[in-house]
Ligand binder design. Structure first.
Ligand code: PMP
Length: 405
């Protein structure tokens, strides 16, 4: 069977694979704790349910406009104005099957073969793979000081005549850190001066803790939406915990939106109108759940930080947002894949190896689940790795004895 070289080079999504492994173990009755998960446990907001149910029960479920329903785009325009202070029109917005498709559309539309995209590490696993899928070249910039904050000078060193875009994800999956306002400001002016696109993946921009606020990149440009090089990506997956609805969007100049619309017309045609109705319901309905989700996750973050404090050898930078943190486990192993496998096999805890995010020696832990998941998950990891922790624990009524330290 013949498979293309490019397709063969695309790696499996490690997070989706781990979800699947955890599901299989759970089905077998194994008491797995999932600290790999990238979605909160909340129920879908009622306005989203009602509005999608109304669309479904109308029986009128047909192709929708490729770039999104006008009424959903109207809600996105309002969201952009309220949250970014930027006035945009319907021709600046395209709705896609989740932010993932949005990113694919962007890279497909702006890159020629061998064009480069600068990606700051740690990065979301899909960025380099999507760039490769459109024959682009991911250029990874890793902070050398062990922090998760990219430095402007490192980025400048990575820029070449082939650089077409820099992607910034802040607050960041997997580290949870938010890049400082100054950095975003510098990035905006640098990209606009050089004519490089600045893609801001803002999927977590409302999930920010301790009274902080994610900066809007638009506040640092005087250019209007047609001449700015900022492309922003957002969606309902993390904002409302509506991961299964698959609705994301891009705000950009209208020429690029038109090209992305052509690309989408030839690939998925449109987002299902039922799912678009759900997204519209969520965006136009009462927003109190966004704050309650944020508070729940912030509390989980605090629990996670307290638990990790008592974990000898672990160093963890406190997240400013998202539902992830990325502790340094190099005191135990430099091989995060082996470490993650050991934790899954011996302690039945799912974690994601830092290697997948360009940060070897670290593990990504999610606190999107329950407080019990966090406390029990960390307790099991401590038991598995920290020799000062008790040698035996019970998982359910199963006695586990540590015999590998
Ligand atoms: N960007 C980042 C940084 C993410 O973490 C995710 C989801 N894990 C996405 C984009 C994709 O989100 P969606 O569900 O909207 O495709």
């Amino acid at each position: 069977m013949s498979i293309s070289t490019l397709a063969r080079s695309i790696v499996e999504s490690p997070t989706l694979r781990l979800n699947e492994e955890a599901r299989i173990l759970r089905e077998k009755g194994e008491p797995v704790i999932h600290l790999g998960i990238g979605e909160p446990k909340n129920k879908t907001p009622i306005p989203a349910i009602l509005s999608s149910a109304a669309k479904l029960s109308s029986g009128d479920v047909k192709y929708a406009p490729t770039d999104g329903n006008p009424s959903l785009k109207k809600a996105i325009i309002k969201y952009t104005e309220e949250n970014y202070g930027k006035v945009v029109g319907p021709q600046n917005v395209i709705v896609s099957e989740g932010a993932k498709q949005s990113l694919f559309n962007i890279f497909f539309s702006i890159l020629n073969p061998q064009d480069e995209v600068i990606i700051t590490a740690p990065y979301w696993v899909s960025y380099p793979e999507i760039v490769k899928m459109v024959y682009g070249v991911p250029v990874i910039v890793t902070p050398e000081d062990g922090s998760f904050q990219p430095r402007m000078e490192d980025i400048l060193r990575a820029v070449s005549p082939y650089t077409r875009a820099i992607i910034v994800n802040s607050p960041n999956n997997p580290s949870g850190v938010m890049y400082p306002d100054d950095f975003i400001c510098e990035m905006v002016s640098f990209c606009e001066k050089k004519g490089i696109y600045l893609i801001t993946d803002d999927i977590y921009h409302k999930l920010v803790f301790d009274g902080k606020k994610a900066p809007s990149p638009y506040q640092y440009t005087k250019k209007d939406i047609e001449s700015t090089h900022i492309i922003s990506v957002n969606g309902v997956s993390k904002l409302y915990g509506m991961t299964g609805f698959r609705v994301g969007w891009v705000v950009a100049n209208k020429k690029l939106v038109q090209v992305m619309t052509n690309v989408q017309a030839q690939t998925t045609s449109c987002v299902s109108p039922v799912m678009q109705a759900a997204a519209e319901g969520a965006l136009t309905g009462v927003q109190s759940m966004v704050e309650s989700l944020r508070l729940t996750i912030q509390n989980n973050r605090d629990v996670m930080m307290n638990e990790l404090k008592t974990f000898n050898g672990i160093r963890c930078i406190k997240p400013d947002g998202t539902f992830y943190c990325m502790p340094d486990f190099r005191a135990f192993s430099n091989n995060s894949v082996e470490l993650s496998n050991l934790l899954l096999k011996k302690a039945l805890v799912v974690t994601v190896p830092g290697r997948e995010f360009g940060m070897e020696g670290h593990l990504r832990l999610s606190y999107a689940g329950t407080v019990k998941d966090v406390t029990e998950g960390v307790a099991r990891m401590k038991w598995a790795l920290d020799p000062t922790s008790p040698n035996e624990i019970y998982i359910g009524d199963r006695k586990m004895v540590r015999d590998w330290l």
